[in-house]
Ligand binder design. Structure first.
Ligand code: TYD
Length: 135
């Protein structure tokens, strides 16, 4: 099973301003099929709270900060994202919640699949059951 982890991105430092990037074929463990972003999150709100059967994601805090809480069915780990030159790789079958959004934070997320309603697991009990069956 693939494990989540922080992936450092190139940071091209320049007196005119810094530049970071990622592209298909390197840096990320999957090819990108979709990009979406989450913004204008009211104080105290949470996003996510579901898992994906097949979707893998890479999440970057392009602006501001937020926490990503990952649960593999047994253990929980919190990743704080607050820089635009690294991001969090989330393999499939991890329950994720995004929370503690700062004012004006911007979460950029890329996925290996196009949007598919059927890829979501919305029930934590069902998620845990599927995790145990997979072991
Ligand atoms: P959802 O994945 O539940 O958001 P989050 O996990 O960030 O809380 O998606 C919210 C709504 O947006 C839902 O109606 C589906 C829609 N949506 C798309 O149409 N395309 C997408 O790529 C995503 C991620 C969501």
């Amino acid at each position: 099973m693939m494990q989540p982890g922080i992936i450092d991105l190139p940071k091209i430092q320049d007196p005119r301003g810094n530049l970071s990037f990622f592209e298909n074929g390197n840096l990320l463990p999957f090819d990108i099929k979709r990009t979406y972003w989450i913004y204008d999150v009211p104080g105290g709100e949470e996003r996510g709270s579901h898992a994906f059967k097949e979707s893998q994601e890479f999440v970057i805090a392009l602006s501001g900060s937020f926490d990503v809480v990952l649960n593999d069915g047994e253990n929980e780990r919190v990743y704080s994202l607050n820089r635009s030159y690294y991001g969090l790789f989330i393999p499939k079958m991890f329950w994720r919640t995004l929370r503690n959004f700062s004012t004006n934070s911007l979460a950029l997320i890329v996925s290996n699949i196009r949007y598919d309603k059927g890829d979501y697991i919305h029930d934590f009990k069902e998620f845990r059951k599927l995790c145990h069956e997979a072991k």
